[in-house]
Write a new protein. Sequence first.
Length: 93
Amino acid sequence: MVLQGGEYFVDAFSDPIAALSKFKSNTYDLVILDYRMPKLDGFELYKLIRKTAQDTKALIITATQELIIDKNGEELWKQSNVRIITKPVSNED
């Protein structure tokens, strides 16, 4: 709602598989992903998106930043288009 209020075009999905099936290259400048999702975590979904769209940036939201770092370590930091933000997330964030 905050992004739509800022006049951004937003597509929202609660299922990462559905989001991936609708994803098309050159459609999104940014994907905002929750790290904990059913079926795929946010970073796994981002890696699949990158196969279609190399330049798409990602913001991964998580309550446990350490979990993402521990699980994905060096691979995560090689992704220059990824940023992590911890919950709770304010509108200003």
